[in-house]
Design a binder for this molecule. Structure first.
Ligand code: MN
Length: 278
C-alpha cells in the first residue's frame, strides 16, 4: 500500500500505473482496476484545495453534530459547473480525499466509477442545476431542526444574529406533495430533487418534513457556516419559545447583520478546521 498519495501533490503520481486514488481512502475498493485509476484522475483534475475543503467540511460537520453516520456535503466544480464532488456512500467523519466521487448534475457518477454513491445525491444535483449561485450543499438530519419541519404552526426564523443569513421563515419541503403518500422520505430521484430545489427557491435553507434540512452556500465554507448556525438557531428558538414570547430579528436587523457576518466565515472556518484535525 502506498503511504504518500495525497491530493496536495497529485501530479507526482500521475505517471504511475498503479491505482493510487484509493490510498487516502479508508477502504480500497476494486484495487488495481483501470476504472479506479481513471476515476482518481478525474477527481484530482479538480482543484486539490477544493477537495481538501470538502474533506474538512465532512469532518467539521460531524464534529459539530450536524451530520452523524448520515448526511452529506458536496461542492460544485468551479471549473466545470456541470459537475459536483461528493463522497461515496459512507459516514462523513471517515471521508478522505480518495473517497470523493464526481457526479453530473443528474446524479450520475462520472465515467465508470462503480463505488456505491449516496442514495440522496439528487438533492445536490438538482439544486446546482436550479441555482447557478450555489457552490456547495449540506444535507443533514440534524435533530435540532426536525421539530420545525413537523410542527406546521411554527416556522424556523432568525432568532439571533449569527443566523441572520436565513433572512426570514425557512420553507418546509413536504415530500408527500411530490411523491404522494407512498414514500420513504428519501429524495431518491431527480424529480424529487427538483421538487426540493423548487421549495428551496432562492433561499439559503429548506427544511424537510420528518427528515432533516438542506442548506446551501456560495462555497463550501459558507455552506458549513450556514449549516452549523441553522442548527444553532433551531435549538435557541425552541428553547426561547419554551420560556415565553420571542422577539425575532426584524427584517432590517436581519439584512444588516447578514451583510456584517458575510465577511466572517473565514474566522470560523480556520478554527473549525483546526478542531477537526485535532
Ligand atoms: Mn437524508
Amino acid at each position: 500500500m502506498l503511504q504518500h498519495c495525497s491530493l496536495l501533490a497529485p501530479r507526482s503520481n500521475e505517471k504511475s500505473s498503479e491505482p493510487l486514488w484509493y490510498a487516502t481512502s479508508s477502504e480500497a475498493p476494486e484495487a488495481g482496476s483501470l476504472v479506479a485509476a481513471r476515476v482518481w484522475r478525474g477527481v484530482i483534475d479538480a482543484d486539490p484545495a477544493l477537495i481538501g475543503d470538502l474533506v474538512s467540511a465532512n469532518h467539521i460537520l460531524f464534529r459539530h453534530g450536524i451530520v452523524d453516520a448520515f448526511g452529506h456535503v458536496s461542492v460544485r466544480d468551479g471549473e466545470r459547473p456541470g459537475r459536483f464532488f461528493l463522497a461515496r456512500n459512507m459516514a462523513p467523519a471517515l471521508v478522505a480525499a480518495g473517497d470523493v466521487m464526481a457526479f453530473g448534475l443528474d446524479g450520475t457518477p462520472e465515467a465508470g466509477d462503480g463505488r456505491p454513491p449516496y442514495l440522496e445525491r439528487f438533492i445536490h444535483g438538482s439544486i446546482y442545476r436550479a441555482r447557478p449561485d450555489v457552490g456547495a450543499v449540506v444535507h443533514s438530519h440534524a435533530a435540532s431542526v426536525i421539530p420545525f419541519g413537523v410542527v406546521r404552526s411554527v416556522a424556523l426564523r432568525p432568532v439571533f444574529h449569527m443566523s441572520s443569513f436565513l433572512g426570514g421563515p425557512v420553507p418546509v419541503f413536504e415530500i408527500r406533495d411530490a411523491a404522494g403518500p407512498d414514500n420513504d422520505l428519501m429524495v431518491r430521484d431527480e424529480p424529487l430533487g427538483d421538487a426540493l430545489a423548487a421549495v428551496l427557491g432562492a433561499g439559503p435553507a429548506v427544511l424537510m418534513r420528518g427528515h432533516g434540512a438542506t442548506v446551501v452556500g456560495a462555497d463550501v465554507r459558507q455552506a458549513v457556516f450556514r449549516a452549523i448556525y441553522t442548527s444553532a438557531n433551531a435549538g435557541l428558538q425552541a428553547e426561547s419559545m419554551r420560556l415565553g414570547e420571542v422577539t425575532f430579528l426584524s427584517g432590517e436587523e436581519t439584512a444588516r447583520s447578514a451583510v456584517t457576518n458575510a465577511g466572517q466565515v473565514e474566522r470560523a472556518w480556520s478554527l473549525w478546521r483546526r478542531e477537526a484535525q485535532g
